[in-house]
Write a protein that binds this ligand. Structure first.
Ligand code: N01
Length: 538
């Protein structure tokens, strides 16, 4: 099929059918454009398609972690729980795909292998592992920030004769750990969510911890019908209020935002932190504005969290090991359902590997020095090559055949987190240099998709065929993102977060997202109002 206007096969090729790809496709349908989505999985849902590990659930309440673009959709959909579990979120993604008739333009089971910019025609030549070779004027990477699994090369990894699982690519049919001895590597969100569920089933569970994490109780509940009715009565106001928040979420708790923590007496600090802890979820993380900017303030909140661990975990030595020694909030906070309590179970054990990494994975288990433990299954909850991994996994070449891998060799460089110089007509949804993972992802996805859609319409209306960011604009933007990061404790040298790429061996250490949704959105709107300032349009 050849598009009638541009002699390309499609006006837009979109990579990924997660929440970003689905909405991008919907906007293209609304605008009457020809579009094709390529999706490696056999279904929609992106992160919620792949991350089917036991206990997977969202950490932002579902009335917020859902699309706002359709009033009918947000009115009709019912979430069973405050923080929905992965199967319910996947159900929602499938509902959206059907309701907006999206499947007809999604090719499943297809991984995009390369995208080469053709300077003659100002379009992209895209190839896939299924033998497709198509041309499109616009190329949109909707590949998600946390989609390329990090599979650390621990010696002997492939020698294990038992079952090996990665939380980021969990088997569709599920796994039954009943009667099994399980080793679990990692203590990030995926590990913290799966630990209590695996511990319920398994004969024994041994958790290998390199860095202790701060985890907050979700206090998840079944949906409160009164609360939801109240929101649905004024859903657009509720969404608008959240968009005004730094992270695009949490307006409901804005009243709890207080003065700097250090201005309170220690009794008051305790009382306020206790109240935030009891409310559950990210309330605790956002209750004081200075916790992510001031070391002394941070230590107050961190000590409170450590005290909570000591209260919950009965074995003193285990409690001590579980107490994090890093800045609170420098890594993404975790929301759990009974994580620390799990270490009170007789079949659960914690092995600290901070000072002595795993020596090898053997045929039958994991060895650290003389300590060899045998397992029937090993779970790698080892996270992702975040923000850039999925982009760099595709062989993308822009002007002059320049590879994006070369362009980003010292860390990602973007203008607005949406585009990168030398790669015209290519957009990244929630790319590095945008608020993305520091926000409710759906809020950021909607804002990016709408910006891209508006940009393409503008190009059409004004008969532009090519858009590219300018180098000075991009350089200034990268400087801005770096400066903003330096103003927080998230770049603390002792904190090896995936925000910094520090969880992946050999990856350049650079803070990739940009905090502050409202200011970012304002900037994007100003760029448009000024006739796409910082871009060259041809
Ligand atoms: O990954 P992580 P994740 N040897 O990178 C350890 C989102 N998410 O999948 O901290 C031993 O946080 C690593 O140790 P260290 C959310 O944004 C959301 O858990 O690097 N250990 C760490 O403990 C989250 O932040 C939800 O020292 C090794 C763990 O593996 C993001 O995804 C649920 C190792 C990886 O933790 C990533 O979370 C799940 C090695 N060689 C995920 N390599 C929600 O709640 C790594 N580790 C919505």
């Amino acid at each position: 099929m050849t598009d009638k206007n541009t002699s390309t096969d499609f006006e837009v090729v979109i990579v990924g059918a997660g929440f970003a790809g689905l909405y991008m496709l919907h906007k293209m349908h609304e605008a009457g454009r020809t579009a094709r989505v390529y999706e490696a999985g056999s279904g929609v849902g992106g992160t919620w398609y792949w991350n089917r590990y036991p206990g997977a659930r969202v950490d932002i309440q579902s009335v917020e972690y859902s699309y706002s673009f359709s009033e009918e959709l947000q009115q009709e959909w019912e979430w069973p729980e405050k923080y929905s579990a992965q199967p319910d979120i996947l159900k929602y993604a499938n509902h959206v795909a059907d309701r907006f008739d999206l499947r007809k333009d999604i090719q499943f089971g297809t991984r995009v292998e390369s995208a080469i910019f053709d300077e003659e025609t100002s379009s992209w030549d895209v190839t896939t592992d299924q033998g497709d070779s198509v041309k499109a004027q616009f190329f949109v990477m909707a590949t998600g920030c946390l989609s390329a699994a990090n599979k650390p090369d621990i010696p002997g990894r492939d020698n294990f004769s038992g079952d090996t699982y990665y939380t980021a690519t969990w088997p569709k049919e599920g796994v039954d750990f009943t009667g099994k001895r399980v080793g679990l590597i990692g203590t990030g969100s995926s590990a913290v969510q799966s630990t209590p569920v695996v511990a319920e089933e398994a004969e024994s569970l041994t958790v290998y911890q390199r860095t202790a994490s701060y985890s907050l109780p979700s206090n998840n509940t079944p949906t409160d019908p009164e609360f939801v009715a109240e929101i649905k009565a004024n859903y657009s106001d509720f969404r608008a209020a959240n968009r005004k928040m730094m992270a695009g979420t949490g307006a409901q708790y804005a009243a709890m935002l207080n003065d700097p923590i250090l201005t309170y007496s220690s009794e008051e600090q305790d009382r306020l932190l206790e109240a935030a802890w009891d409310k559950g979820g990210f309330t605790f993380a956002s209750v004081f504005p200075d916790v992510v900017t001031d070391y002394d303030a941070n230590e107050v909140a961190a000590n409170f969290a450590r005290k909570k661990i000591a209260e919950i975990v009965e074995d003193e030595a285990t409690a001590k090991l579980l107490m994090p020694d890093i800045v609170i909030g420098c890594k993404r906070m975790i929301i759990d359902s009974g994580y620390y309590e799990t270490f009170n179970k007789p079949n659960v054990d914690l092995v600290d590997i901070k000072n002595h990494p795993i020596d090898e994975i053997t045929e039958s288990g994991i060895r650290i020095g003389d300590d060899h433990r045998e397992f029937d299954a090993i779970i790698f909850a080892t996270g992702f090559d975040a923000m850039t991994g999925a982009i760099l996994n595709v062989d993308i070449r822009g002007r002059g055949g320049e590879s994006i891998r070369d362009a980003w060799h010292a860390g990602p460089r973007t203008y607005l987190g949406l585009t990168t110089v030398g790669f015209p007509n290519m957009f990244v949804v929630t790319g590095p240099g945008s608020p993305s993972v520091l926000t409710n992802m759906i809020v950021s996805i909607e804002q990016h998709v709408e910006w891209i859609d508006e940009c393409i319409n503008y190009m059409d209306d004004n008969e532009f065929s090519t858009i590219d960011a300018s180098l000075p604009a991009q350089d200034a933007w990268v400087d801005h993102v770096n400066k903003e990061a330096e103003n927080t404790l998230r770049t603390d040298p002792n904190c090896n977060s995936w925000y910094l790429g520090a969880n992946v061996e050999g990856k350049t250490r650079v803070f990739m997202p940009l905090a502050g949704f409202p200011a970012y959105k304002k900037k994007c709107d100003e760029v448009v109002a000024a006739g796409y300032e910082g871009f060259s349009l041809v």
